[in-house]
Design a protein around this ligand. Structure first.
Ligand code: C2O
Ligand code: CU
Length: 463
């Protein structure tokens, strides 16, 4: 049992004023570098590659309205592309899969940071190698704050009462090195659950409320999380979901379990006050990702709650934010996409990403609201679907088991939605603010690397 680590906060090299927007720009440099980490004291250290030689990479804490330029320097041996997931970046800085930076080179990325407070993440997006690069360490948190959220009085303070919890799941060889996802064509579930790069860690907390920012950064493993007292109880402890991919929900949603799939973010407030002096275990349902479950994938981490009472000035207001939902969708589906396996590849509408002439599957005039229908073609697979550029509303789910849109899915906007086997999900988004060609894809990184990716073209307004 190892202590949880909290990724350090990234500091800028310098700040200037953007002559075009008049806003301040903070300039950062990140070095993508090989490093070693002792995971098992009895085994040699594992070889990894991370942003600034750590994983997760350093956390960016951004004030809304300050722009950033980040120079990502590739000091590794594989080409990379960096995607800031959840940002409406302009296309040249969105981490297009083929826009790779070779070893020894760098690219400067420009991010507007004008969206409301939200938990973004940056990760590799290199063509055919995203799974390897992300799995060996190229992922990190990027948090935008704004005054409206700060004024709510939620538990706050990065690394103290506001914790990023980056989930992943890995698979080790006997010699202590990771099994590479490179040869994998189905999925890589992994049997060792990591939080912030540490297997099954523990964290000391005070008996008070905490904001926990969950991100599923795993290659193929989804989770259904719940909290339980470590000894003597089988009850799932309720908590409040306050935010999802696109930031705050309209209001907190109380639940005792949380579905989270690859690429998704959910932020919760958990109150440890009733559990002073006890241990709380964060667990995962046994039957999630069950095609390949192992002995201990039903545990995630442990919270060791201090015994001394503390005062807790934080609150969770009953109303959190005004969410910018698109207007209610009419019955007309603008585009239908089917996610299937065929001919050894994972495909969207039977098209592979390598089919350059056919991979733009939709043209969407900028500023329009469209309803997309996403259909899982079956075969028992699940596919978390990510659409770049936009935030969408999950309008409906239809499936055989009667599961509807989850309350915490419905109360905010999303950029990833989980498709269960044979499920059809409708999502509605406002295709704005920029035009350009953007990707959408399955966030099971093995599927993504094996062609389950396509593009849509947001076309310019006529004038
Ligand atoms: Cu988080 Cu296109 O990816
Ligand atoms: Cu998939």
């Amino acid at each position: 049992q190892y202590p949880l680590t909290i990724p350090p906060v990234k500091t800028p090299v310098m700040s200037i004023t953007n002559p075009v927007t008049g806003l301040p720009i903070d300039y950062y440099e990140v070095y993508i570098s090989p490093y070693q980490q002792v995971v098992y004291p009895t085994k040699p250290p594992v070889n990894l590659v991370g942003y600034d030689g750590i994983s997760p990479g350093p956390t960016f804490l951004i004030e809304r309205g300050r722009e950033t330029v980040v120079r990502f320097v590739n000091n590794a041996t594989m080409a990379n592309s960096v995607h800031l997931h959840g940002s409406y970046s302009r296309a040249p800085w969105d981490g297009w899969a083929e826009d790779v930076t070779a070893p020894g080179e760098f690219k400067d990325y420009y991010y507007p940071n004008s969206q409301a407070a939200r938990f973004l993440w940056y990760h590799d997006h290199a063509i055919d190698h995203t799974a390897e690069n992300a799995y060996f360490g190229q992922a990190g948190a990027y948090i935008i704050h704004d005054p409206a959220e700060d004024a709510l009085g939620l538990p706050s303070g990065y690394g103290t009462y506001d914790l990023p919890l980056v989930l992943s799941s890995k698979y080790y060889q006997n010699n202590g090195q990771l099994v590479s996802p490179a040869g994998e064509t189905d999925s890589l579930y992994g049997d060792v659950i990591h939080v912030n790069g540490i297997p099954w860690p523990f964290h000391n907390v005070e008996p008070r409320k905490y904001r926990l920012r969950f991100l599923d950064a795993a290659v193929s493993r989804s989770f259904r999380l719940y909290f339980q007292r470590a000894t003597g109880a089988t009850t799932k402890i309720p908590f409040q979901v306050i935010a999802s991919d696109a930031g705050l929900l309209t209001n907190p949603v109380t639940t005792d379990n949380l579905w989270i799939s690859m690429g998704e973010r959910y932020e919760v407030v958990f109150d440890f006050a009733p559990f002073a002096g006890q241990n709380i275990t964060l667990r995962n349902y046994d039957d999630v990702g069950k095609d390949d479950d192992y002995l201990h994938t039903n545990k995630v981490m442990r919270f060791v709650v201090g015994g001394t009472p503390v005062t807790d000035p934080s609150t969770v207001p009953t109303t959190l934010a005004v969410v910018d939902f698109p207007p209610p969708a009419g019955p007309t589906v603008d585009h239908h996409f089917q996610f299937d396996r065929s001919g050894g590849d994972w495909r969207i509408n039977d098209v592979v990403f390598a089919d350059v002439a056919n991979r733009v599957l939709a043209n969407v005039p900028r500023g329009t609201v469209e309803l997309w229908e996403l259909e899982n073609g079956g075969g028992g697979w699940t596919h978390p679907i990510h659409i770049h550029l936009v935030d969408f509303r999950v309008v409906s789910r239809s499936n055989d088991d009667g599961r509807t849109v989850l309350p915490y899915e419905a109360a905010g906007l999303k950029d990833v939605v989980w498709l269960a086997p044979n499920e059809i999900v409708k999502v509605e988004a406002h295709y704005a603010p920029w035009d350009g060609v953007y990707m959408f894809h399955c966030h099971n990184l093995i599927h993504e690397d094996h062609e389950m990716m396509a593009a849509f073209n947001v076309t310019a307004l006529e004038d």
